[in-house]
Design a protein around this ligand. Structure first.
Ligand code: DGL
Length: 270
């Protein structure tokens, strides 16, 4: 049995490409559809109820494209909408918070975990709950980083401006001696070199992208949803859709994925 339906992946912008890239590495035969909601980015400063509404709209759109599984490749949208959308839709829906929390619990030695995330994710308390459900003795320190996403969406992923902003955000976590820090926003792996340098080599940086891809592989395999082409060279195709300027998205996306991509506007208005 081979299931050729695509996997749907979405985020507010280019950040979820960090998750998509891991999914494609782990599951090279799967077709994927990526939706970047660039007309409404950033999600992190918005009310969670509003982000939940966006998540419902986008998942409905992806389901209409006959996806076999949806990945909410956005921490803010996972915090706002994972449970509610899982209750509503028939397709399996996977978020990015639980996989990151699990990886951090495994990595920390001193049981002090830091979380860098958007204001919305921090306000939701989702990471605190996810870590506590695995090890209630771990202390969690959260830091909202509202300036990161607008910088990354402008293509600024290094340089003095980013470095200055990063130092400001990381100081409180350094003072608390956290030895594992979760990149609690899917945009942040794109600036992990700067974050790493500021935190120092003794702190482990955790991105949920790899763990999320693993979870996607597990779910597809258990449900018998994997695509199994007859010829090994028949790799999966990726389609990119965004709600603002497709050209801008393609330029930034190509840079971050390290390959030429093109993007389209959604066929039906959201
Ligand atoms: N990349 C998203 C996240 O993981 C959203 C960032 C934003 O739009 O503020 O939270």
């Amino acid at each position: 049995m081979s299931d050729p339906r695509p996997i749907g992946v979405f985020d507010s912008g280019v950040g979820g490409l960090t998750v998509l890239s891991e999914i494609r590495d782990r599951l090279p035969y799967e077709h994927t559809v990526y939706f970047g909601d660039t007309a409404r980015v950033p999600y992190g400063v918005r009310d969670l109820a509003e982000v939940r509404w966006f998540a419902f709209e986008i998942i409905r759109y992806l389901v209409d494209m006959d996806v076999k599984l949806v990945v909410i490749a956005c921490n803010t949208a996972t915090a706002a909408a994972l449970k509610a959308t899982q209750r509503t839709f028939d397709v399996p829906i996977i978020g990015v918070i639980e996989p990151g929390a699990r990886a951090a619990v495994l990595e920390t030695r001193n049981r002090r975990v830091g979380v860098l995330a958007t204001q919305g994710t921090v306000r939701s308390g989702a990471y605190r709950r996810a870590v506590a459900s695995l090890d209630a003795g771990i202390e969690v320190y959260e830091q909202a980083c509202p300036e990161f996403v607008p910088l990354i969406e402008r293509g600024i992923v290094g340089g003095p401006e980013l470095e200055g902003v990063t130092r400001g955000y990381l100081l409180p976590l350094k003072q608390r001696g956290t030895d594992a820090v979760i990149l609690g926003c899917t945009h942040y792996p794109l600036i992990s070199a700067t974050i790493n340098r500021v935190l120092g080599p003794e702190v482990r940086l955790i991105s949920s992208a790899g763990q999320t891809a693993l979870e996607v592989a597990r779910v597809l395999s258990r449900r018998g949803f994997l695509r199994r082409p007859k010829r090994p060279e028949d790799k999966g195709r990726s389609t990119y859709i965004c709600s603002a300027d497709p050209e801008e998205f393609a330029i930034l996306g190509s840079r971050f994925l390290g390959e030429e991509i093109r993007a389209d506007s959604p066929a039906a208005a959201l």
